[in-house]
Design a binder for this molecule. Sequence first.
Ligand code: HEC
Ligand code: HEC
Length: 184
Amino acid sequence: MTFMRRQASVPLAILTALTVGCGPTASPPAAAGTVPEPAPKAAPEPTAEAARPLSNPQADSIRESRTRAVAAVLERIAGREDEPAAEVFENVRILGAVPAGRLLRIMDIGFGRSLGVGCDHCHVPGNPASDDKRPKRAARAMLRMVERINGELLASIDELEGPRPTVNCTTCHRGDVVPATAMP
Ligand code: HEC
Ligand code: HEC
């Protein structure tokens, strides 16, 4: 049944989109102040953009705070990076199948860098499992929206040439909490 197949494909669609947002897993995060390239349709290549020096000192310190937060969690879960996030963490409802280490890269690059924020924009400091902060709950709703766009809406447009048309958080946010509705 088509409906069932679509349901089953949703985690794949979301994982694909967020992985594209993260770029190659081995490379360090790119400068938080730079504007990322539009989401590529195939696997992304490392670009000169990613190597550009940071120009915005505030973005720089936000990026460093995210790097420190990721390192602290990695230390806490040492040895369990490849286990599903749902088993390693307490309250992962949508990205539960993603390996714990990759979840943290999604948090840093796919979420933090895309929105130009630190972890604390969404998380109660010291308690990442808490859902008390509105932006964290909004981010879950955004994940579901991106699932639908990629899994249903984009997938149903026949007149596209790309093998895997995809949006992710960066497509709209591009470094800002509130996406632009007009050209600068
Ligand atoms: C835009 C909002 C947002 C930002 C920014 C963000 N997170 Fe998250 N985080 C979430 C959401 C939403 C979840 C739950 C995902 C789910 O339910 O599948 C989550 C889950 C987590 C979890 C699992 C907690 C548990 O025990 O359930 C950890 C750990 C975490 N984030 C760490 C971080 C770190 C470290 C950063 C910064 C590098 C960060 N997050 C930035 C939204 C955010
Ligand atoms: C199709 C465009 C689009 C995509 C894709 C998208 N967003 Fe959003 N997002 C928006 C818009 C529009 C708003 C509302 C901004 C406003 O308050 O006016 C928003 C708001 C948010 C907010 C609330 C921010 C705040 O503090 O008020 C969070 C958090 C967020 N998005 C996270 C995400 C995450 C994480 C992803 C990727 C999983 C994502 N968004 C993907 C368009 C998008």
